[in-house]
Structure formats: structure tokens, C-alpha cells
Design a protein around this ligand. Structure first.
Ligand SMILES: [Zn+2]
Length: 174
């Protein structure tokens, strides 16, 4: 079982094999010589034994009993990145534009393809904002549908151009 100690120079968590107990180690970060404590087999470990994450999540500062204790109990948005900083409490969130994106997407499919492009671009940027936690994720479904409609409108327009060109080619060949 490795021994974990905090560097006296930079608080970096150092992990050394217990065969070095009682010896001195040089911190790889700042070069400070750190005395490795000698733990007998019946002495308690300096880390809380009930912490299952202490081995897989080395921390820069002093270890907390549970590194996930300060997380919200349920994540409102499953698409949020787990690496997102947890300082979201009281953070400013932009209101989503789901209704606008959806309207643009519908109008883009029905008549004017440029609005479909607008729905596509706006929807894509808004979805990435929501995933980053900077925008209200409540409109994610509406925004996604509007963006898909925008993509469809662009696809229909491209298809129409292709069909027209084919018809012209066929007409010229006859
Ligand atoms: Zn150090």
C-alpha cells in the first residue's frame, strides 16, 4: 500500500511506496525534501479509510472525505460536461431561444431557406451553450427540433437545385 504525503513546500500530494517509509523523498514539483513518515502495520493511515476515491482521484490540496460531496444531488442536464466547473450556484444563465429557433426552422422548411440556415446556426450555437451550462437547458428539445428543421430546409433546397439542374440537363439532351 503506497504512502500519501503532502509536500511541505508546495502541498503537492506525493505517493511513495511504503518500502521508502522513514526515508526522505524529493518532491518532483518543487524539489523540496520531504520526510516520509514511517507507518507501522498497526498504525492508522493518515487518510480517512472510508474514502473510496482517495486512490483514483489525487488532489492538489488536502484530501476531502468525499470529493463529490459538494456536487448537486441530481444533474438537471445529462449532456453537461462532467469537467464543468462546479461554481454554477448563482451563475448567470442566458435564456434559451428555443421558440425562435423552432419558428425559423419551420418557416425555413415551408418557404424561405435562409431562415432555415439561421435556425441551424442559432440552434447549433445555443445547444453548445446549453451543454456548457451557460444557457437555460429547458429549451434544449425545442432548439434541437428547430435546428433539425433548419438542416432539413437546407437539404430540401439543395435537393430542389439538384432536381432543377437534372431537369435542365434532361431537357437539353432531348
Ligand atoms: Zn513540492
Amino acid at each position: 500500500m503506497p504512502i500519501e504525503i503532502s509536500c511541505t513546500g508546495c502541498s503537492q500530494l506525493l505517493r511513495v511506496s511504503d518500502q521508502h517509509a522513514g526515508k526522505k523523498a524529493r518532491c518532483p514539483s518543487c524539489g523540496t525534501i520531504v520526510q516520509i513518515p514511517k507507518f507501522g502495520p498497526d498504525e492508522p493511515s493518515p487518510l480517512p479509510a472510508d474514502d473510496p476515491f482517495s486512490d483514483s482521484f489525487p488532489q492538489q490540496s488536502e484530501p476531502k472525505p468525499n470529493p463529490f460531496a459538494d456536487r448537486p444531488p441530481s444533474t438537471p442536464n445529462p449532456y453537461l460536461s462532467p469537467a464543468q466547473p462546479s461554481g454554477r450556484s448563482g451563475g448567470f444563465q442566458k435564456a434559451h431561444r428555443g421558440g425562435l429557433v423552432l419558428t425559423f426552422g419551420i418557416v425555413g422548411v415551408l418557404c424561405c431557406m435562409p431562415l432555415g440556415i439561421a435556425a441551424w446556426v442559432m440552434g447549433a450555437s445555443d445547444l453548445s451553450e446549453m451543454r456548457a451550462g451557460r444557457m437555460d437547458p429547458g429549451g434544449m428539445d425545442t432548439t434541437r427540433v428547430g435546428m433539425i428543421l433548419g438542416i432539413v430546409s437546407v437539404g430540401l433546397a439543395v435537393l430542389g437545385i439538384v432536381v432543377n439542374v437534372l431537369l435542365m440537363v434532361v431537357g437539353a439532351a432531348l
